[in-house]
Design a protein around this ligand. Structure first.
Ligand SMILES: NC(=O)c1ccc[n+]([C@@H]2O[C@H](COP(=O)([O-])OP(=O)(O)OC[C@H]3O[C@@H](n4cnc5c(N)ncnc54)[C@H](O)[C@@H]3O)[C@@H](O)[C@H]2O)c1
Length: 264
């Protein structure tokens, strides 16, 4: 019997794949047999991530790509085609945040975050789905939202609202792309140990004049019963499941991957 949880023969594009969650997700997909196309704005990070995956025997290609630039994402699709015969999984992982006092947030801050987290994610999905539609091929899209879409993070009004937009867009995408058998879901991680989270911890320590230290954040931001932060690959495994045949009945959902930190 074939293993419904495997991804053999599948090809996955992971945006922002040079570090953090992107690398963890690529590891999880690769471990289940998928070939990986990593794209990121940072070439050094891409090379490091590629070396890590290659060492495990995962087939991987890299491409410099800014998700806000349609031309560079087109190059990612072309590379997927020449290297692996075309991608059928897209993980919209590239995303940014910054911690800012509510009264200091300006329009340019919203533009920066929404341009990557919302518009970049939309345009990559549109190009990816159009490619599959033309080939009459089934595919999966998984969007990185955040549990910040459902609860509040202090000093991140633009980030949390951008991720709430991703949750709704996931439903719209799932509905609009269902006729083409392109399944779209999202994950809403809690505190995952990455450079983004570490930057938020450092900003918190600074903004509180050291009253809340990085050590305090490490202890309190993760799920209490775990006593540690979530690791990127642990989110990646949920994404691998959503893209597998075993996950095919889940559609248009934004699933919390935060070990219960968001109250239910
Ligand atoms: N770390 C967390 O706790 C957490 C929790 C919930 C959701 N998320 C989401 O997960 C995703 C990944 O976060 P992370 O923590 O790994 O962040 P990170 O900052 O550690 O990594 C993000 C990667 O995206 C790349 N990137 C940034 N802008 C880009 C662009 N315009 N085009 C292409 N690549 C770009 C960066 O170079 C980097 O390699 C984000 O969407 C984030 O919002 C993270």
């Amino acid at each position: 019997m074939s293993d419904l949880f495997r991804l053999d023969g599948r090809v996955a594009i992971v945006t922002g794949g040079g570090s953090g969650l992107g690398t963890g997700i690529a590891n999880a997909l690769g471990e289940r047999g998928a070939s990986i196309v990593l794209c990121d704005i940072n070439e050094t990070l891409l090379e490091k991530s590629k070396a890590e995956l290659s060492q495990k025997g995962i087939a991987v290609e890299t491409c410099i790509c800014d998700v806000t630039d349609e031309n560079t994402f087109q190059k990612v699709l072309e590379l997927s085609e020449t290297a692996f015969g075309g991608a059928d999984i897209l993980v919209n992982n590239a995303g940014v945040t910054r911690m800012q006092d509510f009264f200091e947030v300006e329009k340019k801050d919203f533009n920066f975050i929404y341009n990557i987290n919302v518009m970049g994610l939309f345009r990559c999905t549109q190009q990816f789905a159009d490619n599959l539609r033309k080939k009459n091929k089934h595919g999966n899209v998984v969007n990185l939202a955040s549990n910040g879409a459902k609860v509040t993070y202090q000093d991140q009004v633009h980030y949390c609202s951008s991720k709430a937009a991703v949750v709704n867009m996931t439903q719209c995408m799932a509905a609009n792309l269902a006729p083409y058998d392109i399944n779209v879901n999202a994950v809403c991680p809690g505190a995952v140990d990455t450079s983004m989270l570490r930057a938020c911890m450092a900003a918190t320590e600074k903004q509180t004049d050291g009253k809340v230290t990085i050590a305090d954040c490490e202890r309190t931001w993760g799920p209490p019963q775990l006593g540690r932060l979530i690791q990127p690959v642990e989110v990646g495994r949920i994404i691998a499941f959503l893209c597998s045949d075993a996950g095919a009945m889940i559609r248009g959902q934004s699933i919390n991957v935060d070990a219960g930190n968001t109250k239910f």
